[in-house]
Design a protein around this ligand. Structure first.
Ligand code: GDP
Length: 297
């Protein structure tokens, strides 16, 4: 994960750590290299600027430069700034504080990993939190989408709403909610339709489903590998629905990390989970501290 970025930063900080004393110019030179590394990782420019300004201001302080281990202190400052960039130390967890069934609506573009993430989240809620979960696919556009969720549900041992052909998404949503109430389900996961592009019809459909089901969480699933596009998609969705968080998929294959490092500051939305593999248990609660630690090695 984020190997390219990690290698680049590792090289910069090795040089810094290797020196006993540091001058202001050494810090500024290192920050120039960090800036390039972040831009190559596809981090949004305003985010990079802010990061470099913050870190430079703290790192050229006399207490750092005069300390016994200035290199290590600079690395600590960078680590803290990376944690901040990734969402800080108090990322809000999944909010299930509502009368059951608590509805979680999953939204995103086709191919982002939405259906897989729905099943992964169902499994996590069932196994790690002991919740009774029902999943329903509202995707009537893509042939076999509903069938796909059913198959995944069987694999993870989570119930799915029986498929009724010819129903509209809001009708399926209403049926899912009624069924969840009847069965005393704790959490209802709604896998909404994806499309290749953000379009008005997709947004209208999402809003109608939200109006029908009052979701407690609306989670946007985006592909980490698409870098700034993932951030742009998040901004488009955030402008239309009340997004409560992001699931960033395919982090396992992302050598750069630009989406993860830009998402919070550009969109204001927290990354709540990370998809880290194709297997159905490869979903992690997103932890900025751990991710920063991996980046800095
Ligand atoms: P959807 O169209 O958004 O519902 O996308 P799918 O859930 O069908 O996922 C598309 C592909 O991405 C599938 O082959 C998944 O196994 C794969 N995928 C989803 N999440 C991840 C992830 O976190 N890591 C990896 N490596 N593959 C993933």
């Amino acid at each position: 994960m984020f190997d390219n970025l990690s290698d680049r930063l590792g090289g910069v900080f090795e040089k810094l750590r290797g020196r006993g004393a540091l001058k202001e110019q050494d810090v500024r030179d290192a920050m120039r290299e960090v800036r390039i590394a972040l831009l190559e990782a596809d981090v949004a420019l305003p985010v990079v600027r802010r990061f470099i300004d913050d870190v430079t201001e703290k790192a050229v302080g006399q207490s750092v430069l005069r300390s016994v281990t200035p290199g290590q202190q600079v690395v600590k400052i960078v680590n803290d700034a990376l944690v901040e960039m990734l969402g800080g130390t108090d990322v809000p967890g999944l909010d299930l504080n509502a009368a059951p069934p608590v509805v979680i609506m999953m939204v995103g573009l086709q191919g982002s990993g939405k259906t897989t993430s729905t099943a992964k989240l169902g499994k996590l809620l069932k196994e790690k939190q002991g919740k009774k979960v029902l999943m329903a696919s509202l995707d009537v556009n893509r042939p076999a989408a509903q069938e796909q969720l059913k198959v995944l549900g069987e694999q993870v041992g989570v119930a799915t709403l029986p498929i009724v052909a010819g129903q509209m998404p809001t009708d399926i949503a209403a049926r899912a909610l009624a069924s969840a109430k009847l069965q005393a389900v704790d959490v209802l996961l709604l896998d909404t339709a994806g499309r290749l592009h953000v379009d008005a019809q997709l947004m209208d459909e999402m809003k109608a489903v939200a109006a029908t089901t009052s979701p407690r969480e609306t989670l946007l699933v985006v592909d980490s590998l698409t870098g700034q596009d993932a951030v742009n998609v998040a901004q488009s969705f955030a402008g239309e629905v009340d997004l409560t968080g992001v699931i960033l998929t395919r982090m396992d294959g992302d050598a750069r990390g630009g989406a993860a490092l830009s998402m919070r500051h550009v969109t204001g939305k927290p990354i709540k989970f990370a998809g880290v593999g194709e297997k159905l248990d490869a979903l992690e609660v997103f932890n900025p501290g751990r991710v920063a630690g991996r980046i800095l090695g």
